[in-house]
Structure formats: structure tokens, C-alpha cells
Design a protein around this ligand. Structure first.
Ligand SMILES: [Zn+2]
Length: 429
């Protein structure tokens, strides 16, 4: 009742209540009852990330009437965050993002309680995540998204409606961004959509070495090939401007040779340090759309993204374009599907070549894979004793060395995603 009562006391929430108290074509009488109005104030919502998107999300949720918000972020504030992460001041540099952001919004919006957690999401178990009604992610890490997605899908118990936690995910890169909503087990999950995000290091070495097509290829060439050949300094320090300048000049010369434009100092720094460019206004647009979806899901005031269209893309780098579409759930998704998927491989590959391919395959992106066939462990990177036992398999060919055949099933796991099992049946080409 807190919000409803507060609205009688003060006109602060009158505009928000106007939307919530008006019965429209999409809600029912029960949605606009006093009892229903109180559900927003009582809803517990989790925000993952207190960075560029997270600052916006926390501010918007608090100003949208959410009263009980938790936020997780393990990072501390860096001076380079201050141009867009507006809840932080220069005097906050070095402090925890979650803590500072929570305190700032609490002070600004009366009656809101924000609980910060200065840690990794992996440090909490299902009991922790079970207490929330909605999870909103403002992350720049694919790995963290995959982890929370798998956790929320695993938590769903068909006999308990409360175990289903809608996941709202925002992401930006420069002038581009996306907002998507996942109803775990019911609609396409993050893992179903993983192939939309090609791994960043997926440019084959031969492209870098022979015919670069993009400014990034020239920078990676300078970073990986030219640096190794010329060794201008004993070791590369990515924070040393002299080192970055050396790479920038090498990349620029190569770009000019191939008629490629766009190599700049800041792009060089971004590629080498793997920095995703971030623009305050794109973050604001995407965070705002995430928060409106949260408000609609929490209040039923209007239909949200989800069961039909579930993905909103925003493109701002060539004028403006937005598009909303439905990503289909995949039957062979390792998180929410239940069938093995085909894996096309060359029978003459060694096991090592197969495992290396898992790192760059867009729908896998695994760095430390273990692999099993039938009941036999082919390779496990941990613990050391098993690694030693299975290491000789790495150099064996799939067919002749290991005796694998087309349609054999293999199971792949990775310690980064302990709840995920990737099942494949081999298809030899
Ligand atoms: Zn899925």
C-alpha cells in the first residue's frame, strides 16, 4: 500500500498513478485496484551492473515507483567512468560502484531502498535470486549474461509460478543497442540468441596477416603480429601511451597501404584494451526502454516485450533505425532446449583443433572446454591429474585416433558455466 498511500499524501507520484489507475484496453479491473497498485511498491527487483546502463536503470526504476531494489556490481569507480556514470563524482573514484550508486539514488528519491552487493553474481546461489520478481541486466560481459540466464532458466519449477523471473537485458555499443525480455523456459533465452554476438577475437589470423578489411584488423595486426616481430619494448603495457602510440602508428601505416580509413589513437586503445565504446545517450535510451518494460511487467499497465516480439534493436550510427522482432526459442539450446545439435567437423581434425574451434564458434564461445564421448572422457583441463591423463588425446585425430564416427554424441562443458551441458552429435564432412 506504500505507494498508493504516498500518492494521497503527496502529488509526487500523480503522473505515474494516472497511468496505473486508468483502465485501458490491455488491463483488467483487478490491475487498477488499490491492492494491485501496491504491488509495485512491494515488488523486489534486482539490477545487475551499476555502470553506464546500471546508473540509468537505478535512477529510472526509483523514479518509476519501485521501492525495493538490489544492485550487484563488483567493480570500483574509475575516473574514465565519470563522463557517463552520472551517479559518481570525482571524490568517489576507487569506491564500489554498487554502494555509491545505491546511496546516491536513495538520497535523491525519498522512500526507495537500494541494497548494494559489491561482488560477483556467481557468489550468490538460487535462494538469493529466488527473492526477486524481476531481474534487469545492464552488463558489458557476455559471460555474466550467460551465467545469470542459465541460473534463471534452471530455477524454473513448473509447479511454482513465482519461480519464473522475467529477465530484462540491455546492451549498448557506441551508437547501437538492444533491449530484450526473456521469460525463462517459455521464450528464447540469452543462450538461444548467443550467435547474435560473434566473439570479438574471431578474426582469423590469416585475415590479419594477408588482407585486412577493417581498421580493427590493422590494429590487431599491429598488436599481434608487428609487436611480436619487432618487440619495440620488452613487454606490452596497454596503459602506457608510448606503447599505444607505437601500435597506432603501425596500424595507421598498414591501413593506408590497404586504403582503409578509421584507424585512430582511441580506436587503437579500445581494440587493444578490448574497450566497448560507450556513449551516455545510447545508455540512456536503452536503460529507459528496459525500465519501461520492467514497469509494464510489474503493473500490467501495457503489454511488454516478451511472448511475441522479444527483442528491440536500436541503431543510431546510420541516422536512426529501430526494429522489434521475435527471436525464436531453439530446441537444441543447451540451456532451455532438450535435444542435441549437429556439430559439423572434419574427421581429420585433432581433438585440439576441435576444442580450439569452440572458442570462436559464435554459439559456444568456450575458453576451457572439457569433452566426453559416450562414457569416455576425451579431455578435461582440470584437475591436473585428469588433464595429464587425457592430454595425449589432444593430438589424436577425431576419426582415426579417437575412433569417433558420424552421429556419435559428445558432451561439452566449461567451468565458466557450471550448469550448462552442450550436447552434440558429430557430423563428419
Ligand atoms: Zn535457450
Amino acid at each position: 500500500m506504500a505507494l498508493a498511500t504516498a500518492s494521497e499524501d503527496s502529488p509526487r507520484w500523480q503522473y505515474l498513478d494516472q497511468i496505473r489507475k486508468t483502465k485501458g484496453p490491455f488491463n483488467q479491473d483487478s490491475d487498477v485496484s488499490e491492492e494491485s497498485l501496491a504491488t509495485l511498491a512491494n515488488a523486489k527487483i534486482l539490477v545487475i551492473g551499476a555502470g553506464g546502463l546500471g546508473c540509468e536503470i537505478l535512477k529510472n526504476l526509483a523514479l518509476s515507483g519501485f521501492r525495493d531494489i538490489h544492485v550487484i556490481d563488483m567493480d570500483t569507480i574509475d575516473i574514465s567512468n565519470l563522463n557517463r556514470q552520472f551517479l559518481f563524482r570525482k571524490s568517489d573514484v576507487g569506491k564500489y560502484k554498487a554502494e555509491v550508486a545505491a546511496a546516491f539514488v536513495e538520497q535523491r528519491v525519498e522512500g526507495v531502498k537500494i541494497t548494494p552487493h559489491n561482488c560477483r553474481i556467481q557468489e550468490f546461489d538460487e535462494d538469493f535470486y529466488m527473492q526477486f520478481q524481476i531481474v534487469v541486466c545492464g552488463l558489458d560481459s557476455i559471460e555474466a549474461r550467460r551465467w545469470i540466464n542459465a541460473t534463471l532458466v534452471n530455477m524454473v519449477d513448473m509447479d511454482n509460478q513465482d519461480s519464473l523471473k522475467p529477465l530484462i537485458d540491455g546492451g549498448t555499443e557506441g551508437f547501437k543497442g538492444q533491449t530484450r525480455v526473456v521469460f525463462p523456459t517459455l521464450t528464447a533465452c540469452i543462450e538461444c540468441q548467443l550467435d547474435l554476438y560473434a566473439p570479438r577475437a574471431a578474426v582469423p589470423l590469416c585475415t590479419l596477416a594477408t588482407i585486412p578489411r577493417q581498421p580493427e584488423h590493422c590494429i590487431e595486426w599491429a598488436h599481434i603480429i608487428a609487436w611480436e616481430q619487432e618487440k619495440p619494448y620488452p613487454s606490452l603495457d596497454k596503459d602506457d601511451p608510448e606503447h599505444i602510440t607505437w601500435l597506432y602508428q603501425k596500424a595507421l601505416a598498414r591501413a593506408q597501404e590497404f586504403g582503409i580509413t578509421g584507424v585512430t589513437y582511441s580506436l587503437t586503445q579500445g581494440v587493444v584494451k578490448n574497450i566497448i565504446p560507450a556513449i551516455a545517450s545510447t545508455n540512456a535510451i536503452i536503460a529507459a526502454s528496459c525500465c519501461n518494460e520492467a514497469l509494464k511487467i510489474a503493473t500490467a499497465a501495457a503489454p511488454s516485450l516478451g511472448f511475441e516480439e522479444n527483442y528491440m534493436m536500436y541503431t543510431g550510427d546510420e541516422a536512426i533505425y529501430t526494429h522489434v522482432f521475435k527471436n525464436e526459442k531453439k530446441g537444441d539450446c543447451p540451456v532451455c532446449g532438450d535435444v542435441a545439435k549437429p556439430l559439423h567437423v572434419d574427421p581429420n581434425w585433432t581433438l585440439k583443433e576441435l576444442l580450439d574451434s569452440f572458442a570462436v564458434k559464435a554459439d559456444l564461445q568456450l575458453k576451457n572446454p572439457s569433452i566426453r564421448a559416450e562414457d569416455k572422457t576425451l579431455y578435461m583441463p582440470f584437475p591436473p591429474s585428469i588433464e595429464e591423463q587425457t592430454r595425449p588425446n589432444l593430438d589424436k585425430k577425431l576419426k582415426d585416433g579417437l575412433g569417433l564416427e558420424t552421429n556419435h554424441e559428445v558432451v561439452v562443458t566449461d567451468p565458466a558455466f557450471p550448469t550448462l551441458t552442450f550436447r552434440f552429435f558429430l557430423q563428419f564432412s
